[in-house]
Unconditional design. Structure first.
Length: 309
């Protein structure tokens, strides 16, 4: 592998399995615009991280993630080995082929395959922050992983798990909205202690959302002022909201106008800890790797991302 070699990490299960039936066309599209990419096709969960890490260790300096937000997150984790950045000059590009594709919205990376590949080939580079979260695995062991977009603890973790189990036959937007409403039907808000850079808040809460970027859950503009390169998380702490609150304000979540809701608290911090009285699922970039207690830390300017010029 040459010093400036590029790879394309492909999740064939993305977009309802359509990527698995068409990824060869992506390589042809890349070659057509002069981008030589070695394809690395995943065969199971979390493999994208290992493939990316091995490729960067072997000299790759451009990694194109082909898939949805989960694929992008797994690939981004492969840029790190523990707390160490594997190669300071390695760059991530995204060809979005999932159903939600929320990460790309903050950067205006196009969803069309040809346009996204053009950004991968000739886009500008923006150096962004990433988040690092510590949580508890289902078996009880402590673990840490990185996230690039949005993480949360509470209702959205349960809803994300429901979506991931049931799929998105009617599209991601319908799936997440329906999962949120269905989950809330049996969900009980609980008392949570949240610490933002040492300042403690304790309240009955429905959800705590820690954002590096602006969108999640297939288009919800959850923290509209989040900037992915300012060295800070934007944090939304939902108080004791009811099912009626959710139904009445669901449309506002997509517009970003919910932030003035009386039960919404907005904060900014470099480090966030969440300790609920009940164990809650932790959601990162749409996946649910474990449970609380959870600690989130910003890692400033840790990832080079290709974005539109």
């Amino acid at each position: 592998m040459t010093d400036r070699a590029g790879v394309m990490v492909v999740n064939p299960a993305a977009d309802g399995g359509r990527v698995g039936r068409s990824w060869e066309k992506l390589r042809w599209e890349a070659e057509r615009i002069g981008l030589a990419l070695e394809p690395l096709v995943t065969t199971g969960p979390d493999e994208a991280t290992a493939l990316t890490r091995d490729a960067i260790a072997g000299g790759a300096r451009l990694v194109v993630a082909v898939g949805g937000d989960g694929t992008v997150s797994d690939v981004a984790n492969g840029f790190f080995d523990g707390d160490r950045v594997l190669a300071a000059d390695a760059e991530l590009a995204v060809v979005p082929r999932g159903s939600g594709c929320d990460f790309i919205r903050t950067f205006a990376i196009p969803k069309g395959t040809a346009a996204a590949m053009e950004v991968a080939a000739r886009g500008a580079v923006r150096t962004i922050d990433v988040g690092r979260v510590g949580f508890t695995r289902p078996g009880g062991e402590a673990e840490r992983r990185y996230f690039v977009n949005v993480a949360s603890c509470g209702l959205t973790g349960s809803a994300a798990a429901l979506v991931n189990r049931g799929g998105k036959p009617l599209g991601a937007t319908v799936a997440y909205a329906w999962a949120g409403l269905r989950t809330f039907a049996g969900y009980r808000n609980c008392r949570v202690r949240v610490e933002l850079d040492g300042e403690q808040v304790e309240l009955v809460s429905n959800n705590v959302i820690v954002a590096n970027c602006r969108y999640f859950a297939s288009g919800m503009k959850i923290l509209p002022d989040a900037e992915p390169d300012d060295g800070m998380f934007d944090v939304l702490i939902w108080g004791d909201v009811s099912r009626g609150d959710l139904v009445r304000n669901l449309h506002r979540l997509y517009r970003g106008t919910h932030v003035d809701h009386p039960k919404a608290r907005i904060g900014r911090a470099r480090r966030v800890t969440i300790e609920p009285e009940n164990t809650l699922p932790v959601e990162t970039d749409g996946e649910t790797p474990g449970t609380t207690p959870a600690t989130f830390e910003i890692v400033p300017r840790a990832l080079r991302l290709r974005v539109p010029r």
